[in-house]
Design a protein around this ligand. Structure first.
Ligand code: ZN
Ligand code: ZN
Length: 136
C-alpha cells in the first residue's frame, strides 16, 4: 500500500494518507497546462476524505468541460497546485502527483485530453489514451 505524503513547494501545505490511488492519470487539458506552467499534470485519483491536509489552501474555481465547477486548490504562499476537486465527481479528489515527497512509485496508466497534448509529449504511446475526458 502506498504511503501518500507530500506538500507544496514552501511547505505551508502538507498532506498524508494511507489509501491507494484509484488511478494515476496524465491530463493534457489546457487548464492543467496553464495551472502547472508545464505540458500536463499527473493526477492521482484519491478517494475523497483519504487525505489528511494541514494548512489552508486558496481555491480557484472555473467551469470544466461539463460546464460544472472545477475547484483548483493551491498554496497561496508559493502557488503550488496541490489538489483539484470536480463537482461532477464528488467521491474523489485529484492529487497533483508532482507534490509528493517521493514520486518514484507513481506509474500513470492512462492519458486524457490527448487532443490538446503538446506535440513533443507524444512519446508515451504505451499509455491508454483518450482524446478528452474518460468515457463515463
Ligand atoms: Zn506553499
Ligand atoms: Zn487537466
Amino acid at each position: 500500500m502506498a504511503k501518500i505524503e507530500g506538500g507544496c513547494l514552501c511547505g505551508k501545505i502538507r498532506y498524508s494518507g494511507e489509501a491507494d490511488p484509484l488511478a494515476a492519470v496524465v491530463c493534457n487539458c489546457t487548464s492543467c497546462q496553464k495551472q502547472t506552467g508545464s505540458a500536463y499534470s499527473i493526477n492521482l485519483v484519491m478517494p475523497k476524505g483519504s487525505l489528511d491536509i494541514q494548512g489552508e489552501m486558496e481555491v480557484y474555481t472555473h467551469a470544466g468541460d461539463s460546464g460544472q465547477p472545477v475547484y483548483r486548490n493551491f498554496c497561496g504562499n508559493c502557488g503550488s497546485s496541490v489538489i483539484s476537486e470536480l463537482s461532477v465527481m464528488d467521491t474523489i479528489v485529484i492529487l497533483k502527483a508532482g507534490s509528493l515527497d517521493d514520486t518514484s512509485w507513481v506509474k500513470p496508466t492512462t492519458e486524457i485530453y490527448c487532443d490538446s497534448a503538446q506535440e513533443w509529449t507524444r512519446v508515451k504511446t504505451e499509455l491508454e489514451s483518450h482524446p478528452k475526458m474518460l468515457p463515463s
